[in-house]
Write a protein that binds this ligand. Structure first.
Ligand SMILES: [Cu+2]
Length: 158
């Protein structure tokens, strides 16, 4: 489906006041967010939930944003150490919900020139293999005390 319709739904769900989502064809893109970054951080992790409500598999194949480098990463624990690796795409099986979340898949925004602060919005374009491109806003949200890998200074490569 090539029709690019980015509809920001006005959600009024109690307890999810910060949630926002988008529809692109059969894909629902829910609550794209980035945790605020430390002053010295060179990278920030972007998270989002993607529901594929159609009958055909799709994949997230890239993200464009105004940073020197943006990559798809997957965090894994190896011998008790969290590492992250570049992935070429994130599969979106038909009828399934895929979560980009701390400790797993994420979008790595690299080469930050200044910290991302809670309340900021980061425009980005999600590129899907079949559904096409979707312009969204990642909302920068407060860190909830839980440290995850995205404050590490990882190379992001294999
Ligand atoms: Cu990463």
């Amino acid at each position: 489906m090539k029709t690019v319709i980015a509809t920001a739904l006005a959600l009024a769900v109690p307890g999810l006041a910060a949630a926002h989502d988008y529809i692109l064809g059969d894909l629902e893109i829910i609550h794209p967010r980035i945790f605020e970054t430390a002053a010295t951080a060179k990278a920030g992790g972007g998270y989002v939930t993607i529901a594929n409500e159609g009958g055909t598999a799709d994949a997230l194949i890239g993200v464009d944003a105004d940073f020197p480098k943006v990559m798809l990463h997957r965090s894994t624990e190896e011998d008790g150490v969290m590492r992250m690796r570049h992935v070429d795409e994130i599969s979106l099986p038909a009828g399934e919900i895929v979560e980009l979340a701390p400790g797993g898949y994420h979008v790595m925004f690299m080469g930050l020139s200044e910290p991302l602060e809670a309340g900021d919005e980061v425009p980005a374009t999600l590129r899907f293999e079949k559904a096409g491109d979707l312009e969204i806003m990642f909302k920068v949200i407060e860190r909830t005390g839980h440290m995850d890998h995205d404050s590490m200074q990882g190379s992001g490569s294999e």
